[in-house]
Write a protein that binds this ligand. Structure first.
Ligand code: GLU
Length: 488
């Protein structure tokens, strides 16, 4: 085989399904790992499914994930155009060649006739070849009269067709089970079934990667290749990505697309890493790969047949690992809009909050809820002051808050150096002076400052971010709350 050439051939539907992105990634990796070329081709011949702006979704996704193409719309290349609707004339030309070879024919059947056939045959409907018996003269007359037509493939009735798929092995079908599929539709556009064969040949594609829903049509494509006398590419059909043991992941069932996941706060690098492993294994236990590393390690042999389950928890875990590894600056840049959303116009320092939450963030959209208490102390129950392990209850907490308030009021040094380490030192000293455990000061203060059972950061980190004034206000609020409860 000469140069390896692969293509990603999405139909622009307006979103990038996770399965499509995986296909793109594997095509890209096959090309890159073998020094070949990766091509983007837009399959937009189904005009009824046209979605405004859908092509941008494809371009943006590939850009966001770093999957770059050597040829395609906007980039150009020797085999363009790369948008199928701009190649319309080419398909008609090849369909005519097939008619001349006796491998395709005009069909003038009306929609009504086909509908009634379909009704009587049900799910097993295949075209009854009515128009195959038209004479040359009848066909010419119909064409001259301008009767609408489609062009159908003439599939041999006898014999069997066998093809080899890298993932699924050898597959053989009896030709008489294959339908005389439409190649050119009545609007003059090719069907996917025809355009993909013509384009894969003309664009010199060596490896075709796609979902296993195309396995059953592949024999018909092979017959087309044979009719033209063209070389058949290497086929790699991928098992579906499942949402559980029985259901496929699909946007139509409300499952996430790439765009949805990004909106939910997953990083493109983490998504790409995760889906690389949904159907491919490096043969060891390694789980973390950058795109560059995948380009080096990818092998076709590592692809497997078993359906993979899209496990959101695992993706979350992986995303958290990616977030942890970001530089503080990069994390702040990503987290900023979420932090600002939660803080509103409160004066808290974004950089400090960002540093506090980076190691505790799984997905970016978790951020606002995690830190909303900085903006405003939430309503809370005094119950959360009681913590067995911290050895606190309401009485101890009240005492702790009062001691802390007095300490802050009398300690000038703190006023001048209101930092978490300084506060920590002072609070621990306060605990030992009063024969209390550190936790018996720190837990109540943390609780009073956050109004939450859990918060990112401990008492002194929260105090530093809130500042002296707000810290005092919240401690006072805690004191009143506890006093009221204990009296009542
Ligand atoms: N346009 C087809 C799709 O989006 C591509 C299938 C293929 O890669 O051949 O499903």
């Amino acid at each position: 085989m000469g140069e390896v050439r692969t293509r990603f051939a999405p139909s622009p539907t307006g979103f990038m399904h996770i399965g499509n992105l995986r296909t793109a990634l594997y095509e890209y990796l096959i090309a890159r790992s073998q020094g070949g070329k990766f091509i983007l081709r837009i399959e937009d011949t189904d005009q009824e499914r046209y979605v405004e702006g859908a092509m941008d979704v494809v371009y943006d996704t590939l850009k966001a994930t770093g999957i770059s193409y050597d040829e395609g719309p906007g980039v150009g290349g020797d085999y363009g155009p790369y948008i199928q609707s701009e190649r319309r004339g080419i398909y008609m030309e090849y369909a005519r060649q097939l008619i001349e070879k006796g491998a395709a024919y005009y069909c003038f059947c009306t929609k009504e006739r086909l509908d009634s056939l379909r009704e009587s045959e049900g799910a097993s409907f295949t075209y009854d070849r009515h128009c195959l018996s038209l004479t040359k003269e009848e066909v010419e007359r119909n064409l001259a009269e301008g009767k609408p037509f489609v062009i159908r493939q003439k599939v041999p009735r006898e014999g069997r067709t066998t093809f080899t798929d890298v993932v699924y092995g050898d597959i053989t079908v009896d030709n008489d089970t294959l339908d005389d599929q439409i190649l050119i539709k009545s609007d003059g556009m090719p069907t996917y079934n025809f355009a993909n064969v013509v384009d894969d040949h003309l664009m010199k594609i060596t490896h075709v990667v796609r979902g296993n829903e195309y396995l059953s049509s592949t024999p018909k494509y092979n017959i087309l290749y044979q009719s033209f006398g063209w070389d058949i590419p290497v086929y790699i059909h991928l098992p579906s990505i499942m949402k559980d043991a029985h259901n496929k992941l699909s946007k139509r069932n409300g499952d996430a697309s790439f765009q949805d996941l990004v909106k939910k706060g997953y990083l493109p690098e983490a998504i790409l890493n995760y889906i690389a492993l949904l159907g491919w294994s490096p043969g060891g236990t390694r789980e973390f790969y950058t795109l560059k590393e995948l380009e080096e390690d990818f092998t076709i042999e590592g692809l497997n047949k078993s359906p993979s389950i899209f496990d959101t928890e695992k993706l979350k875990w992986m995303n958290a690992e990616y977030i942890r590894k970001l530089s503080p600056e990069d994390f702040t840049a990503l987290a900023r809009p979420y932090i600002e959303e939660a803080l509103g116009n409160s004066a808290c320092d974004i950089g400090k909050i960002s540093a506090l939450i980076q190691q505790r963030t799984e997905i970016l959209t978790d951020i606002p809820d995690k830190i909303s208490f900085f903006r405003e102390l939430p309503e809370y129950s005094s119950e959360i002051y009681c913590h067995k392990k911290m050895k606190t209850d309401r009485e101890i907490s009240l005492r702790a808050l009062k001691l802390t308030r007095d300490l802050i009021l009398r300690n000038d040094e703190l006023e001048h150096e209101w930092t978490s380490p300084k506060l920590y030192e002072a609070f621990c000293l306060l605990a030992s002076e009063n024969e209390m455990k550190n936790s018996q000061i720190l837990w109540p203060v943390r609780t009073a400052l956050s109004g939450r059972e859990v918060s990112p950061g401990g008492a002194t980190e929260l105090a530093e971010i809130l500042g002296r004034g707000e810290t005092m206000k919240r401690i006072e609020a805690g004191i009143s709350k506890l006093e009221k409860e204990l009296e009542g």
